[in-house]
Design a protein around this ligand. Structure first.
Ligand code: ARG
Length: 594
């Protein structure tokens, strides 16, 4: 068992002995922010003392009297208002590293109580090119899925593709015109986008002809009318329109699949919005019957009078023309997921502009849930994991030079191209195919890492130079650190896998610091999973690479005498494995040589 887990369990037992009624699940042991005070710390006693109006230092010393951790720690210290500080014994540290070297663990443990999580991410809209904005949801969602899986949870990923909605009226109209003009169907996504844009522009033009004022009714143009008719036909099951709709979906799916394959992202399901069509009407009927929704000006809406934040923001579940809304589909989706996968948690990854939508969705679900027979149903935690925008270096939304949104495929091409130049400058001696492969791994890695590193809720500035730099907190820096360690092993004639069973000796301060940091890999993973924040892992890995560098600069490896050499090689090997595993969780590959 990892020392901090061992300390945590012992501490929980000691707290239970002193306060038999306390909920010890919040009694946690975390890395000390300042190594001056120790390796691990717990502040749990202070909050326990506070709610009980006890003296925290008094509680700390009573707990300490019941705490036996001398097998892994030096003397435990009470600090400040009632912190407990723990310092690991070198023997405990070495033992953890030795068991990792033997392959028994890699500094993380699978969850003792695995949960089922559904992750709804990427979810682009059909018949529109995937653009740079979709990358955040795709990469963030994929990373959360990988993290939870590694920690032993059951994960169901579902790509909630926008394959239904008003845009299809315009697309159908445009498709039919294209056929008349060209005697062939559109064969790529770009043509589909053109079609869509031209119908949209036509409507805009026609609307501009209307002279104000025209009363309270919103004017409708001819083209708009025709589009609506196409949509109604599609919705009522018209064979021709359904066929075209399927073709449009297939075209988009092609594009999506190519991008996902490049990014190494897979989904367990891709149940688009259209999948839920048959469920929408019964759902609204149920909401009405349960008094969760009511009629309002011809439409059906859910009101949140008792919620100060949403009081002014009712949500529609049926429009006055009988059409259904985004929320309706999401409610049906939620119900389907509950029935099908019985999740403990559903995670939605979208941009921050959808916050109100998800607040409304979750509040509606809360009303609904209040009416479910609680014993018979499994009710999950719902989380909206939202993110900010990607900005250009001018601080405005990231666009191409001509002001268009950046297509994801072009962006990935450029990343690989730029990485290829860098690799070719640095290692011209490598064969071109090898440089191309390195460039692919480094280019994609750079883009992904730049996306995962910032606090997800802030906007970030997209900068090629920054993300591809070999220095600083970047993917190439971490990939390079990995490749550098691998090169040590290429140079080491004496190393073989049996050395992984040898004793580890930790003497130099840089060696000890590196070893201690390795121990906390699992804590970083758990923090990512608990707060849906991959940046915790990015920073952990960056620090790891930094600690490795100071170790490597101060502690000779290959030139050291046998026992020290082997011990240090094991430390190198473990660092490489953690770097590789950590990057893998971020969806980033490594290469043996750069
Ligand atoms: N298709 C939507 C969009 O591109 C995102 C869907 C997110 N998932 C959901 N269940 N609403 O904006």
């Amino acid at each position: 068992m990892l020392p901090h887990k061992h300390i945590e369990l012992k501490l929980q037992a000691a707290v239970r002995a002193v306060l038999p009624d306390a909920d010890v699940s919040a009694v946690l042991v975390r890395p000390c922010p300042d190594p001056k005070f120790g390796d691990y710390q717990s502040n749990a006693l202070m909050s326990l003392a506070k709610v009980r109006k006890l003296n925290p230092r008094q509680l700390a010393s009573e707990t300490l009297a019941k705490l036996v951790v001398s097998d892994v720690c030096e003397k435990v210290e009470i600090a400040g208002a009632g912190f407990l500080n723990f310092r690991l014994k070198p023997s405990a540290l070495a033992q953890s590293l030795e068991s990792a070297a033997r392959g028994e663990h890699l500094f993380f443990v699978k969850s003792a109580s695995p949960k089922t999580a559904v992750i709804d991410f990427s979810s682009p809209n059909v018949a529109k090119p995937m653009h740079v904005g979709h990358i955040r949801s795709t990469i963030l969602g994929d990373c959360l899925a990988r993290t939870l899986r590694l920690l032993g949870h059951r994960v169901v990923t579902d790509n909630h593709i926008g394959d239904w909605g008003t845009q299809f009226g315009m697309l159908l109209l445009g498709w039919k015109r294209f056929w008349v003009d060209n005697q062939k169907v559109p064969s790529d996504i770009e043509t589909l986008v053109e079609i869509y844009k031209s119908v949209q522009a036509e409507i805009k033009n026609q609307l501009a002809q209307f002279v104000e004022p025209r009363g309270t009714l919103k004017p409708v143009s001819d083209t708009e009318n025709q589009s609506r008719m196409e949509l109604v036909k599609l919705q009522s099951g018209d064979a021709e329109n359904l066929k075209i709709w399927h073709e449009m979906i297939a075209l988009s799916q092609n594009q999506f699949d190519t991008i996902y394959a490049r990014l190494g992202v897979k989904f367990d399901h891709a149940l688009g919005e259209s999948f839920y069509n048959p469920r929408l009407k019964p759902l609204v009927d149920e909401l009405l019957a349960k008094n969760i929704a009511r009629e309002s000006e011809g439409a059906i809406a859910v009101f949140f009078e008792d919620n100060p934040h949403l009081k002014e923001h009712p949500t529609l579940v049926r429009k006055s023309d009988g059409g259904f809304n985004y929320t309706t589909t999401d409610l049906a989706t939620l119900a389907y997921r509950l029935e099908t996968w019985k999740p403990d948690e559903i995670i939605y990854v979208t941009d921050g502009r959808q916050q109100l939508h998800f607040q409304q969705l979750f509040a509606t679900f809360a009303k609904w849930k209040a009416q479910l027979p609680s014993a018979s149903s499994h009710l999950p935690k719902l989380a909206h994991v939202w993110f900010g925008s990607i900005l250009g270096e001018d601080g405005k939304p990231f666009k191409t030079r001509s002001g268009e949104t950046v297509k994801l495929a072009d962006l990935l091409d450029e990343a690989e191209e730029r990485a290829f130049k860098i690799v070719s400058d640095k290692s011209p001696e490598l064969a071109e195919t090898q440089r191309r492969e390195i460039a692919r791994v480094v280019g994609l890695g750079a883009v992904k890492y730049a996306d995962l590193l910032p606090n997800r809720q802030s906007d970030y500035v997209f900068s090629w130079d920054k993300m591809l730099a070999l220095q600083g907190n970047t993917a190439p820096y971490l990939q390079y650190a990995y490749a550098r360690i691998r090169s040590i092993f290429r140079k080491s004639e004496t190393w073989n896998k049996e050395h992984r069973t040898k004793n580890i000796e930790l003497k130099a301060p840089e060696e000890i610091a590196l070893a201690k940091h390795l121990l906390n890999f699992g804590l970083a993973l758990e923090a990512v999973a608990a707060e849906y924040r991959p940046n915790f892992l990015c920073n952990y890995l960056f620090e790891l690479a930094g600690k490795f560098t100071s170790f490597y600069e101060n502690c000779p490896v290959l030139k050291a005498e046998e026992a020290t050499r082997v011990s240090r090689l094991v430390l190198c090997d473990l660092t490489a494995r953690v770097l590789k595993q950590g990057l893998d969780v971020l969806g980033i590959e490594v290469v043996e040589q750069m």
